[in-house]
Structure formats: C-alpha cells, structure tokens
Design a protein around this ligand. Structure first.
Ligand SMILES: NC(=O)c1ccc[n+]([C@@H]2O[C@H](COP(=O)([O-])OP(=O)(O)OC[C@H]3O[C@@H](n4cnc5c(N)ncnc54)[C@H](OP(=O)(O)O)[C@@H]3O)[C@@H](O)[C@H]2O)c1
Length: 431
C-alpha cells in the first residue's frame, strides 16, 4: 500500500484534534483512499510540552526547516495560527506544489486571494473550511453548491465565545465580567479576549465569506464593527421581556448593488431561527435568489469539530488532487460605507422609583419633538428603588438617536440613555 505523507504545523487544540481524528478514522481513510496516511512531521514551539496524542518517533520538531526538507510531502495542515511566520511557511509549501489545509481565519482574511493564486499557479490546493464556523460546511457549500444562485445576503453568529457570554448573561442574570472569567476558565475565551469580544474574529470570518458570496470584500479592518463589551445583563433582561435576544450578528448584504457589511450586537425576535442558537454554537444564514434562505447551525470551535472540517478538506484534496476552484462570475461589487442608514433602535435608561414618571414624560416630550415613534416599552426593577426602562424606537438614523441621547442627558441630569442596539431586519434596508 502506498503512503500519503503529511505534516502538521501546530499541536494545540486543533492540531491535537487532527491527530486524534486521523487515528480514529485511519482504517476508513486508508480503505477509501487506498493509501496509508503517515504524519511525517509535527511542528511545535516547545518540544518539552506534554502532548495528548501519540506521535511516531522523530516526528516532533521545533524547526520549520525539518518540515521543508521532508521529501514527498503530499499535504501540510497549518493549525499553528497567527499571520507571521505562518504566511511565509504556507507560501513556501504552496510554491513547491504541496497542498495546504488551514484553519487560520486571520491568514485567509488577509492573504487568501494571493495564496489561492499561488496554489493554483503551482498545481496545489489551499483549503480552509475550518476557518469559518469550524464544523459547519459553509465554505464548501458556497464554493460548490451556490455557483448559479445570486446571493443577496449572508449573516450569522460567527463567534462562539461571544455567543456563550451573551447566552449565560441572560440565562443566569450575571454580569459580562463574571461570565467572561468563567468562559476563560472553561477555555472558551483567551486570556486576552479582545479578538472575540471586540468582533475582530468575526470580521476575519465575514471577509472570507464575502469573497465567496460576492467576489469581493472589505478587509477585516474596514468592516464596521462593534463588540459586546458594553452589553449589560439589564439590557438582556429588558429585551427579553420585549420578545428579543441580543446576539452578535455579522452581516454582509447587497444594498442597491453595493455591499454593506456590519458586525454589531443586534436584537433578534425570539422566533427568529438564529435566536435559539445559544452558547458556543455558530450559525450562518445565506439568502439566495433561487434557493431562498438556508441556515446552517453547528459547533464553531473545539478540538474535534474543527478537526472535522480539516479532515474533510484533506480527504477532498487526496480524492481530487487536480481540482481547481474558480470563483463563479461576479459583477464587480462596490463597497458601501454605512453613512447612517435608518434602523429601529433599542434604548434604555435607569430611574429612581420616585423620578421615573417624570423622566418618562421628559423622554416622551423629546421623542415627540423629533417625531420619533416608540414601538414597544418595558421595565425591570433593578433593586427596591431603581427601575430600568427599555424602549424600541422605530426607523431612525444613528445621528438622530445620538441627538436624542444628548438632549435627554441635558434635561434629566444624572440620567443617561444607555446603549443603542439595532433591531434585526430593520438594521439594513434592502430596498
Ligand atoms: N481552537 C479552536 O476551536 C479553533 C477553531 C477554528 C479555527 N481555529 C484556528 O486554528 C488555529 C490553531 O488554533 P488552536 O486553538 O489550536 O491554537 P493553540 O491551541 O494555541 O495551538 C497552537 C499550536 O501551534 C504551535 N505554534 C504556535 N506558534 C508557533 C510557531 N511560531 N512555531 C512553531 N509552532 C508554533 C504551538 O506550539 P506549542 O504547543 O509548543 O506551544 C501549538 O502547538 C488558529 O489559526 C485558530 O484561529 C481554532
């Protein structure tokens, strides 16, 4: 039986899952592919670290040159993360015609098109299913099953850490800080959580999805982005009473032939399909002219779910090594910069029991003056003397909402309207 020789760069959470997955399905893979899979080299930073998997003797190395000189590699699995030095390693393998499979969304968001061209020019493939939604096969679906459809919108919950935090804050009425600490202890959030909670991770993934759906994308840094650090548990309780949940939603939508992208905490009606996607689950919804709406839900992170996507990519490369993927025809799409489109907004403010009626009267006066329509209101008691008021304001621009907030702070000193969370479906108008 011939051999398939692979190298794995990185043996952390995902790398360990990859080795476990290969071992678990060794026989199945070998029978289907007619060859034995051999992990020839595994690159790590620290050779002394205790590992959770058995490796063949001599395969572990801390030197990339050991991998470069390994003869006849068929594929390299890059699961070490980071953009540098990963970018130069991946380039080196692709330019030698060696297939690369990666889970690295930061790398693909920044260098995906360049690396894909390099792969094609050298008869290799670069696959990255695990980089968005881990186990959810959304990239394969977009590449192979949505080539004729015209996609008008893609949106979803692309980050499991933030989804876990928002779910637990609501369910247990706990603060952002306490659930973040818990998420870190459980390994769902990193010591520095900013990539997740500020929406950078979701921006990388949205960039990758946009290229596949629309043929073009803003770079992650150009996407309008807001994280979840300002969301309070009071807000979550208030919106829940109004029949909504707050989720960090990433959206890319064609608006009058232009592409509008946005990542922000968004109110979803409780009956919306993404509203029940809780904890570390991810979800992606695609709206296409022929297929209608398709929603995929699944594990967007973790050792084995991420390894699942990588091993399916590996199988696909080994089965069809000559396959090249070309983007289907896309009109050149112009990027639309959000200049303050109208949307519905959720606002809230706290008042003492004795002042509440007067504060509400002041707010009503200001709303009337600006001709703003209130759609729903609710209240929750914070303690015996403090009330939190929540309201949803119908279509208005962010500028008008900011003005309202400033005026309210002036007339009701010591009170502040907090938050201005968009309401789903009003958030981006597709007229
Ligand atoms: N974790 C997930 O659930 C998940 C899901 C989807 C995608 N991803 C992506 O998968 C990739 C890996 O994530 P992970 O969670 O597995 O990371 P991780 O647990 O931190 O593991 C990283 C591994 O790479 C090695 N490494 C890092 N930098 C290196 C360098 N410069 N030279 C040699 N080895 C190096 C580390 O070596 P040592 O072990 O010696 O430190 C470690 O084994 C990232 O791109 C991530 O975004 C992760």
């Amino acid at each position: 039986m011939g051999k398939i020789k692979i190298a794995v760069l990185g043996l952390g959470t995902v790398g360990t899952g990859v080795v476990k997955g290969i071992n678990r399905h060794k026989q199945k893979l070998e029978v289907s592919l007619g060859k034995e899979i051999e992990i020839r080299k595994v690159l790590v930073r620290n050779a002394q670290k205790k590992r959770d998997v058995d490796l063949s003797p001599g395969s572990l190395t801390t030197f990339i040159d050991d991998v470069y000189i390994e003869p006849d590699l068929d594929a390299v699995i890059e699961v070490m993360g980071g953009v540098h030095p990963t970018y130069s390693y991946v380039k080196e393998f692709l330019s030698k015609g060696i297939h690369v499979i990666t889970a690295n969304k930061a790398l693909i968001a920044l260098y995906g098109p360049e690396l894909t061209r390099l792969a094609r020019d050298n008869g290799a493939q670069l696959l990255y299913e695990a980089s968005v939604g881990a186990a959810i096969p959304v990239i394969h679906t977009l590449k192979h099953c949505m080539r004729v459809n015209e996609i008008s919108k893609i949106s979803g919950i692309l980050n499991g850490t933030t989804n876990y935090i928002l779910t637990q804050m609501l369910e247990r009425n706990c603060s952002y800080e306490s659930i973040l600490k818990e998420a870190q202890a459980l390994g769902y959030a990193e010591a520095d959580p900013s990539s997740d909670v500020e929406g950078f991770d979701a921006a990388n993934k949205l960039t990758i999805l946009c290229r596949l759906c629309f043929g073009d994308s803003p770079l992650p840094g150009e996407i309008k982005r807001e994280g979840i650090t300002n969301i309070t548990n009071e807000e979550l309780q208030l919106v829940n009473k109004l029949g909504y949940k707050i989720k960090l939603i990433a959206t890319a939508e064609q608006v009058n032939g232009k592409l509008l992208t946005d990542i922000s905490p968004t109110l979803l009606p409780l009956e919306h399909p993404l509203s029940s996607v809780d904890d570390v689950l991810n979800a992606v919804s695609i709206t296409a002219d022929l297929a209608g709406e398709l929603t995929f839900i699944g594990k967007g992170a973790g050792e084995l779910p991420t390894a699942s996507a990588i091993l399916e990519d590996l199988y696909s490369i080994l089965q069809f090594p000559m396959e090249t993927w070309n983007p289907s025809y896309h009109r050149k799409i112009e990027l639309l910069h959000d200049v303050g489109l109208e949307t519905a907004w959720f606002l809230h403010f706290n008042s003492t029991l004795s002042d509440n009626a007067q504060d509400l009267a002041q707010l009503t006066y200001l709303l009337n003056r600006q001709q703003l329509l209130v759609n729903q209101t609710t209240q929750v008691s914070i303690d015996t003397d403090l009330i939190s008021n929540g309201l949803i304001i119908e279509s208005s621009t962010p500028q008008t909402i900011e003005l309202l907030k400033r005026q309210f702070s002036r007339v009701v000193t010591a009170r502040k309207i907090e938050g201005n969370v968009k309401v789903h479906e009003h958030a981006i108008f597709s007229s």
